[in-house]
Design a protein around this ligand. Structure first.
Ligand code: G6P
Ligand code: ZN
Length: 541
C-alpha cells in the first residue's frame, strides 16, 4: 500500500478562529502547513474508521490543491468514503446539507468566506461536525492542542485525482465519490420553498439580478434561479467562480456589491436584487430603491416564513447574534415565541437548532439561516424572499415598509475600523471594560447611558459559558452601541462598532441623520480617534 508516514514539526499558529483556520495564502503554502492541520483535525475525530467525510470549498486559489491533499490524508487515516464536490466545489451551506443528508462524520470546508482570494489573498480550512455545523469550541480547542504537538502525518502516495469527472474512484481502499455540488442542495430547497409559486412569479415578468460575485454560488444560482425557476437568462451575473473572485472582495454589502446596489437604486431597477459571498453563506437583499439591512431581513423573513411550505407549521423560536438589531425580537414577541441572543459566530446557533428551540436565526454580518442546515445560507434566504414576494404579490420595498409600519424601524449601521494596531484595539476594549461601572448615567452627544456591560452568554442547552463577547451600551433614548473586535481578520485588528436606534413612528428618515448622535456618542465613549488614530471608520455599512 502506498501509505506514507511523514515526520513534521508543529506550527504554533494553527488556532482556529470564529470560522476555522484562516490565514494568508503564503502561510498555507509553507511546506506541511496544510498537512499538519488536516492531520490534527483527523486526529481529533474519534471512531472515524470506515466513516464518510465530505470535502469541498469555495473555489478560491489553493482550493483544488488542498482538496487533493485532504483526500490523500483521509485515505491514510481510515475513512471509508469521501464525498467531494465536482471541481472541488461545495458552498458552505451545501457542504452542511451533504454532511447531514449522507450521514457523514463531518466535513472539511475550504474557504475564507468573504475575504479576497488569490495568491496573496486569504485561505481557510474549517471542520464541520456530523450535525453539519462548524465545530464547537471544545473541538477547535482540541484541534489546536493537537496541531501544537504534531510530529507526523499520514498520507497516501498516489497521483492526483480527477475532480472534474462525476463518479467513484478508489484511493488506497477508500472510495471517493465526485458529486454534483448542486443536486442535494437543490433537492432540499424544493422541500422548503414553493418552487411552483416562484416559477409563476418569474413567468409573470418579475425581474431580478443576483450577483454571485465570481464566487461559489454562481453554479447554484444559475441552476436554481435560471434553470429551475425560469428567471431570465442573465439574471445571475458574475456566475463563474474564479480563484481570485475577479480581483474583488466577495462580500455582499453596499460597498463591495456596489454595482448591484447602484442598479437597484437606479431608474431601471429590477424587482429584486440579491448577492452572496465567497462561500455562499452570506446574503444581501436590495429592494428597488431600498437596501434591506440583514437585521431587518431576518425580522421580515421571520414574520412571513409561515408562507413557505417548509415553515408552514410556524417557528419554534428565533435567535440573533448580540450585535444584530433587535428587530427580530419584536417579531418573536408578536408571534409569542422565544428570542435568543447569542455571541457573534454561527456556531452558537448550533445547540439551539439541534435542540429544536429555534427555527430561524441570523446575524448583522449578512447571515440568515434556518434549521434546514447548520450554516447560514445565502441562496436559501433569497429563495425564501422570493417565496414571500410570490405569495403576497407585493413589491419587496412595500413589504419592508409594511413591516416597519407594524413593528417600528430599527435604524442600523456598522462602522469598521480595519487593520488598526492590535495593541491599540486591545487598549480600547480594555478601557471600556474598566469603565463599565461608571458609564450609566453619563451623557454623550445628548444621549444618556442607561446600561453598560460586556456580553456573557450562557448556552441554554449545555450551560457552557462564553465571556467577553462585546461591550453593549444601552441609551435611555432607545438607542444602542456595541463594540467588539473582529474574529475573522487576517491582518492587525478590526474594531467593529454597531450602532442602532429604534423609532416606532418615523420610518422614512435618512439612517445617517437619525444615527448621527449615536455615532458621535459611540466615538466619544470609546475615545476611538484618540486611541486608534483614526477619525473615520474605513468601512461604513
Ligand atoms: C463569520 C461567521 C459569522 C460571524 C462573522 C463575524 O462570517 O461565520 O457567523 O458573524 O464571521 O465576523 P467578525 O469579523 O465580525 O468576527
Ligand atoms: Zn461566508
Amino acid at each position: 500500500m502506498a501509505l506514507k508516514t511523514v515526520p513534521t514539526q508543529p506550527f504554533p499558529d494553527q488556532k482556529p478562529g470564529t470560522s476555522g483556520l484562516r490565514k494568508k495564502v503564503p502561510v498555507f503554502r509553507q511546506p506541511n502547513y496544510v498537512e499538519n492541520f488536516v492531520q490534527a483535525i483527523f486526529d481529533t475525530i474519534a471512531d472515524k474508521d470506515g466513516q464518510t467525510l465530505v470535502i469541498g470549498g469555495d473555489g478560491r486559489f489553493l482550493n483544488r490543491e488542498v482538496v487533493q491533499t485532504a483526500i490523500k490524508i483521509a485515505a491514510a487515516n481510515g475513512f471509508g468514503r469521501v464525498l467531494v464536490g465536482q471541481g472541488g466545489l461545495l458552498s458552505t451551506p451545501a457542504a452542511s446539507c451533504v454532511i447531514r443528508k449522507h450521514g457523514a462524520i463531518g466535513g472539511l470546508v475550504l474557504s475564507a468566506s468573504h475575504n479576497p482570494g488569490g495568491p496573496e489573498g486569504d485561505f481557510g480550512i474549517k471542520f464541520n461536525t456530523k450535525n453539519g455545523g462548524p465545530a464547537p469550541e471544545s473541538v477547535t480547542a482540541a484541534i489546536f492542542e493537537r496541531a501544537k504537538a504534531i510530529t507526523e502525518y499520514r498520507i497516501a502516495d498516489v497521483p492526483e485525482l480527477d475532480l472534474d469527472q462525476l463518479g467513484d474512484v478508489t484511493v488506497e481502499g477508500m472510495s471517493v465519490t465526485v458529486i454534483d455540488p448542486v443536486a442535494d442542495y437543490a433537492a432540499l430547497m424544493r422541500e422548503l420553498v414553493d418552487f411552483e409559486a416562484i416559477r409563476a412569479l418569474f413567468a409573470g415578468g418579475f425581474r431580478m439580478r443576483f450577483d454571485a460575485m465570481s464566487a461559489v454560488t454562481g453554479p447554484y444560482a444559475k441552476a436554481i434561479l435560471e434553470g429551475e425557476l425560469g428567471a431570465a437568462p442573465g439574471t445571475v451575473v458574475n456566475a463563474v467562480p474564479q480563484e481570485d473572485f475577479g480581483g474583488h472582495h466577495p462580500d455582499p454589502n453596499p460597498v463591495h456589491a456596489r454595482e448591484l446596489f447602484d442598479l437597484m437604486h437606479g431608474a431601471d431597477a429590477p424587482d429584486f436584487g440579491a448577492a452572496s459571498d465567497g462561500d455562499g453563506d452570506r446574503n444581501m437583499i436590495v429592494a428597488p430603491g431600498l437596501f434591506v439591512t440583514p437585521s431587518d431581513s431576518l425580522a421580515i423573513l421571520a414574520a412571513h416564513a409561515h408562507r413557505a411550505p417548509g415553515y408552514a407549521g410556524g417557528l419554534a423560536g428565533i435567535a440573533r447574534s448580540m450585535p444584530t438589531s433587535r428587530a427580530a425580537d419584536r417579531v418573536a414577541a408578536k408571534l409569542g415565541i422565544k428570542a435568543y441572543e447569542t455571541p457573534t459566530g454561527w456556531k452558537f446557533f448550533g445547540n439551539l437548532l439541534d435542540a429544536g428551540l429555534i427555527t430561524l436565526c441570523g446575524e448583522e454580518s449578512a447571515g440568515t439561516g434556518s434549521n434546514h442546515v447548520r450554516e447560514k445560507d445565502g441562496l436559501w434566504a433569497v429563495l425564501l424572499w422570493l417565496d414571500i414576494l410570490a405569495d403576497t404579490g407585493e413589491q419587496a420595498d412595500a413589504i419592508v415598509r409594511a413591516h416597519w409600519a407594524d413593528f417600528g424601524r430599527d435604524y442600523y449601521t456598522r462602522h469598521d475600523y480595519e487593520e488598526i494596531e492590535s495593541a491599540a484595539a486591545e487598549r480600547l476594549m480594555q478601557g471600556l471594560r474598566d469603565r463599565l461601572g461608571t458609564l450609566p448615567g453619563q451623557s454623550f452627544a445628548g444621549l444618556t447611558i442607561a446600561s453598560a456591560d460586556d456580553f456573557r452568554y450562557v448556552d441554554p442547552v449545555d450551560g457552557s459559558v462564553t465571556e467577553r463577547q462585546g461591550i453593549r451600551i444601552g441609551f435611555a433614548e432607545d438607542a444602542r452601541v456595541v463594540y467588539r473586535l473582529s474574529g475573522t481578520g487576517t491582518a492587525g485588528a478590526t474594531l467593529r462598532v454597531y450602532i442602532e436606534r429604534y423609532d416606532r413612528d418615523t420610518h422614512d428618515a435618512d439612517p445617517a441623520t437619525v444615527l448621527a448622535p449615536v455615532v458621535e456618542a459611540a466615538r466619544a465613549i470609546a475615545q476611538i480617534a484618540e486611541i486608534t488614530g483614526r477619525s473615520e471608520p474605513s468601512v461604513v455599512t
